[in-house]
Design a protein around this ligand. Sequence first.
Ligand code: AMP
Ligand code: TRP
Length: 336
Amino acid sequence: MEQAVQKQRIFSGIQPTGNLTLGNYIGALRNFGILQDEYDCLYSIVDLHALTVRQNPAELRKACLRTMSIFLASGLDPEKNIIYFQSQVPAHAELSWVLNCYTYMGEMSRMTQFKDKSAKHADNINCGLFTYPVLMAADILLYQTNLVPIGADQKQHLEIARDIAERFNGVYGDVFVVPDGYFPKVGARVMSLQEPTRKMSKSDPEDTYIAILDKPDIIRKKLRRAVTDSENSVVFDPENKPGVANLMSILSALSGMSMEEITAQYDGQGYGKFKDAVADSVIATLEPIQKRYEEISADKAYLQQVMDSGSERASAIAHKTMLKVRKKLGIAPWKL
Ligand code: AMP
Ligand code: TRP
């Protein structure tokens, strides 16, 4: 029987590169777990996106499995959510090609992530890096997604996905749902511990981020060394005190305390005590995840089953959209 009320659909993707960070957890993963009961969710490990940078095959395979295990350890239920590898559903690449033909060079050239990444990898500015946002649009539009939970850094890519969907719908009628972003209230942009005006990123040096799998003593050490300022005041002022503001945001996101409450409790006592409180809350959050991670990552049969069932369920939805797209475009299959 058809369900009377269709749940809204959510799609998000994470690249299987490097170590997932506290930024990924607060900005993305944690919210995924909160959404799983109310929405129909797909979470993809976007291994095709990872290919814009040269990867070592064995390392990539490991990183893919590690990412999936972290998804599961963070509380994502593979029955309620579809968890799968992007490359296992060929429709992503297929729709991406189609959408490339509805996207302009000028739009892609304006993407800040492209500009940043091409500056960083000046020796390998490949076409994949340039059209990365089109593949991301394909990921989202393929599943007729209503909401896309992402950190603030992905806002521009989501805007492009919306523009492409609207453009395509303008020509062919209502083919795609036009997606909205879903941003966390606190923690949408967790910053680097060493350069708190840049986002915490898993592709930066180790001491700038906290990995979800970092052990407690490492977490404490990294936080003690986090850059602050010489004022010794625990007050939320991102502009003038970006380091302290970042640590306050982390503590607020994990403990639920407001900025005022944090100031009331920790101001005027030196940064050491405040940093230890941040470390305590990060450790309390990550330790149980790490414990589950150890169990899950050892269970290969279980991971295989999650992987197979995820790609099968995702393919079925993607297939429907592709049939619609093919029909609109006038490409096969058609009836003679
Ligand atoms: P990425 O690590 O770039 O594959 O990002 C995966 C997801 O985590 C995306 O939704 C990002 O917006 C989110 N994310 C990545 N880094 C951060 C950060 N420092 N703060 C908040 N969210 C982040
Ligand atoms: N580009 C995203 C990032 O780097 C990852 C991503 C790929 C994604 N496809 C997506 C996020 C679709 C949301 C929806 O963070």
